[in-house]
Design a protein around this ligand. Structure first.
Ligand code: GLA
Length: 388
């Protein structure tokens, strides 16, 4: 009797299992289509990234597009932590220098992927006059002010304003209120940065700011790129085109002299695709210069194109800004170990910082960086990623 009950039970269980297994299989089969459709959508995931020493929580968003491109953004410094893109054979690599964990971003690193502000780049002697008043900023680069000062926008926690996906985009909008007097700047500046990844393999960065007192603003993203993959050698073999016939020569402190010079016939000329390394030895210290874009700024126009032959990766940069700082990673010296244990040596990354010209507050001949109450600062930069 017991044996029979057991036998029946076993049979019943087996039958149930078969039915369930069958159903499961069927369900999985039925779910296959919507699932693969699901994979083709724009998506955003959120995870904790860490905590600042003053216990503010920092998060990390991963924006993914249907082609598998992933952009990781943290609200600490509104930083682009990584950008994974395919090469010509479909192999993905992260093309942005940086750190695997939040601790790295708390160290004194050279602005990996961050948003710099309130004024990106240098202001000579950290001083400027606005409406008859002289303002004295923090000097953190010799005698000069660099990238917003001692605690710039790269070292603060931004507020998460909006996280959104549409059929074609995935975006994260972050905001920061820079108080009147912060690092010496006048006016409460309310600013925001919105990163949008599109289904067409673009990463768009939109900046906005408003003030309650006349001030100066110049915001940019300071990502270091290596299209062969972060940590995979130097960038001297990358081909670069800058849509600029002119640049702003600098003094020993990298402050523009005020002159606007033709690039023609000099190692500064990137009007046609040229390898970064081809003439770098003729440029004292390497490239760290502002190029005057032919577009003149104001409308979204092609500013730069970069091509890396071994991987076939291409990055085009469009911007509404009138200038772009081309920095060839001259100060990287192997003292920083970044993602996956990669050591960042000299020229292991390059930056293309879309911007207004350095030291504009002291150079009336340069496009103005003044923002008045009631006005809206609005700029955009788009990175188009492809392969060839
Ligand atoms: C900018 C500057 C460089 C350097 C880096 C950070 O791009 O132009 O001179 O300071 O930031 O190391």
């Amino acid at each position: 009797m017991r044996t029979r009950v057991l036998l029946n039970l076993t049979l019943a269980l087996t039958l149930t299992a078969v039915i369930l297994f069958g159903c499961e299989k069927k369900e999985a089969g039925a779910a296959e289509k919507p699932e693969s459709k699901e994979k083709k959508k724009m998506s955003i995931t959120k995870e904790s990234f860490g905590q600042t020493p003053d216990k503010q929580t920092v998060v990390l968003y991963t924006l993914t597009n249907p082609n598998g491109i992933k952009a990781k953004i943290t609200n600490y410094g509104a930083t682009l932590v990584s950008l994974e893109t395919p090469d010509k054979n479909g192999n993905f690599a992260d093309i942005v220098l940086g750190f695997d964990t939040f601790d790295g971003y708390l160290t004194d690193h050279p602005y990996f992927g961050v948003i710099v502000g309130r004024y990106a780049n240098r202001i000579g002697k950290g001083k400027f006059v606005l409406e008859g008043v002289e303002y004295k900023l923090a000097t953190n680069n010799g005698a000069n002010h660099l990238h917003g000062g001692i605690k710039g926008f790269d070292k603060v926690v931004w507020k998460v304003e909006d996280v959104k996906t549409t059929d074609d985009t995935a975006s994260v909008k972050l905001s920061y209120l820079s108080k009147d007097g912060e690092e010496g700047y006048p006016g409460n500046l309310n600013c925001s940065v919105k990163y949008t990844l599109t289904k067409d393999n673009e990463l768009k960065i939109e900046y906005e700011a408003q003030t309650d007192k006349t001030t100066i603003v110049n915001l940019t993203n300071h990502a270091y790129w290596n299209l062969a993959g972060q940590g995979n050698g130097d960038i001297l073999g990358h081909e670069l085109m800058l849509n600029a016939d002119k640049y702003t020569p600098v003094d020993e402190g990298l402050i523009p002299t005020g002159e606007i010079k033709e690039v023609k016939g000099s190692p500064m000329d990137f009007t046609k695709l040229m390898t970064i390394g081809s003439r770098i030895s003729q440029v004292t210290g390497g490239y760290d210069h502002n190029y005057v874009l032919n577009s003149g700024g104001g409308k979204l126009a092609l500013a730069a194109k970069v091509y890396e032959q071994t991987t076939g990766r291409v990055m085009e940069i469009y911007t509404t800004e009138p200038g772009i700082q081309f920095y060839s990673g001259n100060f990287l010296d192997g003292s920083i170990t970044g993602k996956s244990g990669k050591v960042y040596k000299k020229h292991y990354g390059f930056c293309l910082e879309t911007q207004h010209f350095p030291d504009s507050p002291n150079k009336p001949q340069f496009p103005s960086v003044v923002l008045k109450p009631g006005e809206k600062y609005q700029t955009a930069t788009v990175l188009k990623l492809s392969t060839k």
